[in-house]
Ligand binder design. Structure first.
Ligand SMILES: C[S@@+](CC[C@H](N)C(=O)[O-])C[C@H]1O[C@@H](n2cnc3c(N)ncnc32)[C@H](O)[C@@H]1O
Length: 201
């Protein structure tokens, strides 16, 4: 997301329906994620940064008998996404894991990442990792999403797919460069979908 794309602060009304705001992934990018999920028997999906994507992805994951865990740093936003999941009957399938942003040993530029403790409760095997948080739209926070791959690599299945959103930004391109240099993943940039899709090389 870019400055100004999120048009309002997270609402205090936890029951307000989530909509496809401009802070969400593009529909085309989301379609790529859905195709990856449907190619799995019982998909185990982890998302960094929750929102409308969580709600829609949870529907698909539920149909496939899988599980979705979404890391969320903002308590008010977490409450709203949880409330929407519950209203849609998806609370058993999708879990919003509140993880405040804290200093992280893998972080770049001294930026915070998701707190260590909640990460221990993530699935031991992840088939698809969707990286769309923490927020990284300010120049000084552009490397905020870097820790996702090195921090979760050991949980990723051998044939796991990693999707990084907002690939039209300089920060996400720098994150990709670092991931490819340091991890055994290679990424295909899909500009129209505004994502990069990575698999083990
Ligand atoms: C890029 S957003 C995540 C969007 C989500 N993956 C989607 O596609 O719907 C990253 C963070 O921004 C916050 N956020 C998401 N949507 C928001 C909105 N409409 N208004 C305010 N904050 C939002 C949440 O804290 C979230 O973790």
């Amino acid at each position: 997301m870019s400055p100004g794309e999120i048009t309002s602060e997270p609402t205090v009304d936890p029951d307000a329906p989530l909509t496809w705001s401009t802070g969400a992934m593009t529909a085309a990018g989301f379609a790529v994620v859905c195709a990856e999920v449907t190619s799995r028997e019982r998909p185990s999906v982890v998302e960094c940064g929750s929102g409308f994507s969580t709600l829609k992805l949870a529907e698909l994951v539920q149909q496939r008998g899988g599980r979705l865990v979404s890391l969320e740093h903002d308590e008010t936003w977490a409450t709203r996404v949880r409330s929407n999941l519950a209203a849609a009957g998806l609370a058993e399938t999708a879990q919003i894991m509140l993880a405040p942003l804290e200093p992280h040993p893998l972080a770049r530029d001294g930026l915070p990442w998701y707190a260590e403790h909640p990460l221990r409760f993530l699935p031991r095997r992840i088939d698809l990792l969707l990286v769309d948080g923490p927020p990284a739209f300010e120049p000084e926070t552009e490397l905020s999403r870097y820790p996702a791959l090195p921090a979760l690599a050991e949980r990723l299945a051998l044939d796991a797919v990693v999707v990084l959103d907002d690939i039209d930004r300089r920060g996400e391109l720098r994150v990709l460069e670092a991931w490819e240099r340091e991890c055994d993943f290679r990424f295909e940039i899909q500009p129209a979908e505004r994502i990069a899709v990575g698999r083990r090389s």
